[in-house]
Design a protein around this ligand. Structure first.
Ligand code: UDP
Length: 435
């Protein structure tokens, strides 16, 4: 790649707006991923345009994050929030508006990096209409997700078909862990090219605050044994397992310093509000009200204090394609107890940076949490090892540089270096030609 201007990429995230303030509005790992990857690529000299869907008239159409990086909100369907399972019908208009934006600006994106299956459909249309090359990150696989939930949405068949098609047709699929790649191969298709490039975290943002300073800032007892959850209220996140596990803790008692903090946003009456009510009623039923707190959504600037204040951070998901919370806690030198599933098997090394437990296994989670709470020395050793693992494997700069290399390779259209299959006849022919 010779000139800077050719280093242009459209990151497409139809339902996960990278410009919303994480922790303030309903947003999770995908929003963080797209925004961080976008900003880090821009620092490497890429011109990054992140496309998402406008959901309110109050939102700006274009948000400039840095000279080379902006979010562009397209109007596809009514300008209002639409749950992701109902968004498929809006996608043709999204494609139309994308093409219109290109036309008005006088360029065509030769490369699009799509996020989640909805955007993958948009990317496949752009490939068909104008030959854009496509990189895709799933963030969640229908084939895995539908195994972990009771009510399968109507859109499931479409989603599964689209997920198979993009795996087989995109120039490159980015799996964020070896486990996700394995799921793609065993549950989706054996065709297509997959690279493993993990998610990352801002290693400078976390890990600079010590436990007691963080507790002083948040008004938490210096002697507390603090168990932390950070994330969305969603039954798939397994918060119920965590609550029941802490309820069974051997460290629970009249003079106990055990504390449970469940951080994350929710909107009354919406799915996350309903899940929060359900969790609160389990807390009450188990008599845990006096040592359980719900601080609500934590803004990104405050997150380092919460992670640092905790003795252990628990990620009890039934399924987790990657799980940013685990590496954020690890970057903060806080050991993680996580479900032995998906990306968590890749980020958390059991007995070295935390502990893994079978998903939904209340007794196993309880034992694992107690083991870490019972030894502050071991907790600190696990925390130090966790920080080192994140520094070496999961920084956004490293992730962006791997992606930049991949994009460059695709844009230059380097032929795949594959060894030609040489038949005995070929060897004979070569020998004749050489003689
Ligand atoms: N998050 C936050 N404030 C909160 C709860 C969550 O900023 O109150 C962030 C969290 O730090 C993480 C993201 O939301 O970066 C959640 O990502 P993860 O991959 O763990 O889960 P997902 O939401 O994608 O299922």
């Amino acid at each position: 790649m010779n000139s800077r201007t050719e280093q242009r990429v459209a990151l497409i995230s139809v339902h996960g707006d990278p410009a919303v303030e994480i922790g303030k509005e309903e947003a999770g790992g995908q929003n963080v991923y797209v925004r961080q990857v976008g900003e880090a690529l821009a620092k490497l000299g890429w011109q990054v345009d992140m496309f998402t869907r406008k959901v309110s008239a109050q939102q700006e159409t274009i948000v400039q994050h840095s000279p080379n990086c902006r979010t562009i909100r397209l109007e596809a369907g009514a300008v209002e929030f639409v749950p992701r399972d109902d968004l498929f019908a809006n996608l043709p208009e999204f494609v139309e508006k994308f093409l219109q934006f290109q036309q008005e600006n006088g360029f065509v994106y030769s490369l699009v990096h799509t996020n989640y299956w909805l955007s993958s459909w948009v990317g496949m249309q752009l490939k068909e209409k104008q030959g854009s090359k496509q990189v895709h990150t799933y963030h969640s696989l229908g084939a895995v997700k539908y195994n972990t939930i009771d009510v399968i949405p109507l859109v499931a068949a479409t989603r599964l078909a689209v997920e198979k098609q993009v795996l087989e047709t995109a120039e490159r699929i980015v799996a964020t862990s070896p486990q996700e790649k394995e799921h793609m191969r065993s549950l989706v298709s054996t065709e297509g090219t997959i690279d493993i490039i993990p998610c990352g975290t801002d290693i400078a943002q976390f890990g600079c605050i010590d436990r007691q300073a963080a507790r002083a800032k948040l008004g938490i007892d210096p002697e507390a044994k603090l168990v932390m959850y950070v994330g969305r209220f969603d039954p798939r996140k397994g918060i119920e397992t965590l609550v029941r596990a802490v309820g069974q803790s051997q460290l629970r008692g009249p003079s106990s310093k055990l504390q449970l903090m469940i951080a994350g946003g929710s909107r009354p009456g919406q799915s996350d509000g309903i899940e929060r009510d359900r969790i609160e009623s389990i807390v009450a039923e188990l008599g845990m009200n006096d040592f359980t707190t719900f601080p609500g959504r934590v803004e990104q600037e405050m997150l380092p204090y919460y992670y640092a204040a905790a003795d252990v951070c628990v990620v009890p998901s039934h399924y987790e394609p990657f799980g940013l919370v685990a590496i954020e806690a690890m970057a903060s030198k806080t050991p993680v107890v996580a479900s032995d599933v998906g990306g968590l098997q890749f980020t958390v090394i059991s007995e070295e940076t935390g502990l893994l437990a079978p998903p939904q296994d209340v007794a196993a989670f309880s034992t694992a949490i107690d083991r870490i709470l019972s030894s502050s020395q071991w907790r600190d050793e696990l925390g130090e090892a966790a920080r080192k693992r994140v520094e070496t494997k999961f920084s956004w700069e490293g992730v962006a540089s791997d992606l930049a290399q991949l994009y460059t390779q695709l844009l230059e259209d380097k032929p795949e270096i594959t060894q030609p299959e040489i038949s005995p006849e070929d060897t004979q022919k070569e020998a004749i030609l050489a003689s």
